[in-house]
Design a protein around this ligand. Structure first.
Ligand SMILES: C[S@@+](CC[C@H](N)C(=O)[O-])C[C@H]1O[C@@H](n2cnc3c(N)ncnc32)[C@H](O)[C@@H]1O
Length: 306
């Protein structure tokens, strides 16, 4: 028997968790208490493909009804998202009768054409996929994340997701477009020569052979998540690195990040680590117990029930 009851609100330090249906406006009003969210990051149910907690009241959603079912979520987010906020959705459609279902594409188009969201970009993150004998198609090795916003100007912090590298030339503070062709060519030749000799800048330390690295590069929209799936009693969690990426890219310290389909609370864990305020909604009382336990184990603190 779960300790959580439907309607319970927990304080996990400065984070908040509610057990309820995120399509219900009253549930979200209770969770947010009038505060705007800076980012919504989530992975909603994959139509009728996954079984979650039968006792939660969640009913698998037929693909043909998916966009209509999602309307409540989109409306709630519109009501509670800051004007420069973002909404990121990780979901991938299945295949049936020898072809990919189109319900995710339908959802993206409906969000933009019918409900007025802006489609900022599509990201992808890769994972090993589940090994199986290929029958008509290869195993799934990636998942997309669709990034939406309400306004053209969004909170955007690409410097927060830069990574250290030897591969980026030091342009002396200039943009590459300001360099003439010869300077570019000279740099590329030095890099190629050093690489052919199996050297990196760190090894040669010699600017004549390889221009010093600027040390930091911007990532692409393919997100490296590594293999860090945790076994937590929930069968469909994403790696912490995934919400961490979007939390860094699209929010500042202390901002509020909402996950309407919280599952085992992975987005909230990313918020705890990145010093953002996590707001989570999960329909299953048993999964809420997992979220509380997971946060308490990470922090060594005690959650309190309001
Ligand atoms: C794909 S899982 C999310 C997993 C999560 N990203 C993680 O890493 O832990 C989707 C979750 O949505 C929950 N759910 C389904 N319908 C819901 C609803 N209407 N309101 C809130 N949660 C719901 C399910 O119980 C399930 O735990």
């Amino acid at each position: 028997m779960p300790k959580t009851r439907p309607g319970d609100v927990y304080a996990l330090g400065d984070h908040r968790l509610i057990c309820g249906d995120c399509r219900n406006e009253a549930v979200l009003a209770k969770l947010f208490a009038g505060k705007p969210m800076n980012l919504a990051m989530t992975s909603p149910p994959y139509a009728a493909q996954r079984d979650y907690d039968d006792a939660s009241g969640f009913k698998p959603v037929p693909p043909a009804e998916y966009s209509g079912w999602f309307r409540g979520v989109a409306d709630a987010l519109r009501a509670h998202l800051a004007a420069d906020g973002s909404f990121c959705v990780n979901i991938k459609e299945h295949a049936e009768s020898g072809q990919r279902s189109l319900y995710v594409k339908d959802l993206v188009i409906t969000l933009v054409r019918d409900w007025g969201w802006r489609f900022v970009d599509e990201f992808m993150w890769s994972h090993g996929g589940t090994p199986k004998t290929p029958q008509g198609r290869l195993k799934n090795g990636f998942e997309p994340v669709f990034h939406f916003a309400l306004a053209p100007r969004i909170k955007w912090r690409p410097k927060h997701v830069q990574h250290q590298t030897d591969d980026v030339p030091n342009w002396g503070g200039r943009h590459p477009s300001q360099l003439d062709g010869l300077a570019m060519k000279g740099h590329r030749q030095r890099v190629a020569t050093s690489r052919a000799q199996g050297q990196s800048y760190k090894e040669t330390g010699n600017p004549a052979r390889l221009a010093p690295p600027s040390n930091f590069a911007y990532p692409s929209n393919v997100i490296e998540c590594g293999k860090n799936h945790e076994a937590l009693g929930h069968g469909a969690i994403f790696p912490v690195a995934l919400p961490t990426f979007f939390v860094r890219l699209l929010t500042d310290l202390g901002d509020r990040v909402f996950d309407p389909f919280a599952g085992a609370g992975t987005t909230l864990i990313a918020c705890e680590r990145e010093r953002r305020l996590g707001y989570a909604c999960e329909i299953s009382a048993a999964y809420c117990d997992i979220i509380v336990q997971r946060w308490e184990t990470l922090t060594g603190k005690k959650a309190t029930r309001a």
